[in-house]
Design a protein around this ligand. Structure first.
Ligand SMILES: Nc1ncnc2c1ncn2[C@@H]1O[C@H](COP(=O)(O)OP(=O)(O)OP(=O)(O)O)[C@@H](O)[C@H]1O
Ligand SMILES: Nc1ncnc2c1ncn2[C@@H]1O[C@H](COP(=O)(O)OP(=O)(O)OP(=O)(O)O)[C@@H](O)[C@H]1O
Ligand SMILES: [Mg+2]
Ligand SMILES: [Mg+2]
Lengths: 265, 265
């Protein structure tokens, strides 16, 4: 049974793209078949995975605005990793689709339209709660929230959960918050400890009727590691670029924890 | 003569809000009268400056959608520092204003409607090139681009300049790129050096007809410093929270360099 996961956080620069790229690669290296979808007009996931993104390429823009099949837009990265690329024309989609019927469910519609040969679909979202992110939420089975343990990044957490609850109630009953993953973690700072405590406290008291009632803080923390910021410039994921680095080790552990929590070991 | 400056970068988490908050505070501490405008629905600048932002407060949303005067929406932070707060309703503005005549010039119109008693207006923008950022560009005399010296952050630089050139040609003839400021700078990493070289190289070869022809890379670099990530949680700027820290020192230098380059020493 294919699971679709949206990685969202409207706060910018918290590790969304880095987590989709490297978690996808680590899952693929473990033999799971993974489709990564780039829903950000900046195409950073596409770049990170080394897929050429030009306006001539058929990508997620065409899937959403012309009904192109996801299988027709997917590009092969390896035997077990494919990506649906983005492009800058996606930036216009929010306005272009403003009067399209069911504009929030275009991606869900394309996912339902065919049986895809993947175990996991991971969706990278832009730093906003607009139409593109809503499409990811309407299509997803679950949400993972990458979070930098900083005060400003914590501020939008409530609004993010509110948006998930709205989509779950009105559009996508199955949607659940699966977990929060701490990124760019600097254990030497007091701030990281304080923010981590805040998140754990919040998740412990979720009332059982909310879509985040069973959400967990992943035990794996992604430490700040410059190799993670270097590897996109080579179009490589961390396991190919610097397999011994903290970044690679952390995303390997995250992949193992992710699989264990999904009962897929 | 009041100068209006937009701090923009569609890449998320590169230091836009931190720079508007702390540069504004440093300029205000030097006796310049500063108005900071929060154009991000996440209201991080409002939070950072310790201004309460509730939907009951009159803020930038009302300025853009109801024609409220900027002077009526400004909140006093100190004798020389005021802020026009944001709120979450701003998130709906992009769609709400889609059929408003001159929707990109609403802020410019409000700035032109009254004489404001400020030397500098600094505008914090969300991580996108949508309607809110376009309003900042249409209203501004100049643009400052905060940039984290990472590969992904560099990718959107061309698109950012393209957008500035379009606004300059079609809406706001006076618009110029004043400079690029490197944030979260980690001099021990090779990556920072490489990205810095790329930017310097690019700015050296700008053809003289572009709005960035005379843009500079600020000599002051804002080093990564955890105190800068801590101070927003107290609603304080770095000069009030940790005046001896690297963060405070760097923003003091940036303010001095900014004033010198504006011939305002
Ligand atoms: N653990 C880490 N250690 C060091 N650098 C990191 C780490 N994770 C991500 N980065 C770098 O930090 C920056 C922000 O990460 P990333 O782009 O993945 O965040 P994002 O949430 O996708 O940003 P946006 O909101 O712009 O889409 C990038 O330059 C990335 O290379
Ligand atoms: N020089 C620095 N050293 C350490 N942390 C920093 C520094 N500058 C900013 N930060 C922290 O990094 C995070 C990103 O910075 P900030 O929020 O200012 O970026 P932004 O570009 O405004 O993000 P967004 O795109 O979400 O609006 C924040 O948590 C901030 O506190
Ligand atoms: Mg991203
Ligand atoms: Mg910001």
């Amino acid at each position: 049974l294919m699971r679709t996961i949206a990685l969202i956080n409207q706060k910018g620069g918290v590790g969304k793209t880095t987590t989709v790229a490297n978690l996808s690669a680590a899952l693929a290296a473990r033999g799971r078949r993974v489709l990564a979808i780039d829903l950000d007009p900046q195409s950073h996931l596409t770049l990170h995975l080394g897929a050429e993104a030009g306006t001539a390429t058929t990508g997620i823009y065409h899937v959403l605005t012309e009904g192109t099949a996801l299988s027709a837009a997917a590009m092969k990265i390896s035997e077990t990793l494919w990506v649906v690329p983005s492009s800058i024309d996606l930036a216009g989609a929010e306005i272009e689709l403003v009067s399209t019927v069911g504009r929030e469910q275009l991606l869900a519609d394309r996912l339902a339209a065919e049986t895809l040969p993947f175990d996991y679909v991971l969706i990278d979202c832009p730093p906003s709660l607009g139409l593109l992110t809503l499409n990811a939420l309407a299509a997803a089975d679950e949400v993972i929230i990458p979070l930098q343990p900083h005060f400003l990044a914590l501020q939008g957490f409530g609004k993010l959960l509110e948006t998930v609850a709205l989509v779950q109630r009105r559009i996508n009953r199955k949607l659940r918050v699966f977990g929060v993953v701490l990124c760019m973690y600097e254990s030497a700072t007091r701030l990281a400890g304080e923010v981590t405590d805040d998140i754990e406290e919040f998740l412990r008291h979720g009332d059982s009727s909310t879509p985040w009632a069973r959400a967990k803080l992943f035990e794996t923390r992604i430490r700040r590691n410059v190799k993670l910021a270097e590897c996109p410039s080579f179009g490589k994921t961390i396991n190919a670029y610097a397999p011994q680095s903290n970044g690679a080790v952390d995303y390997e552990f995250l992949a193992d924890e992710f699989l264990a929590l999904h009962g897929d070991m």
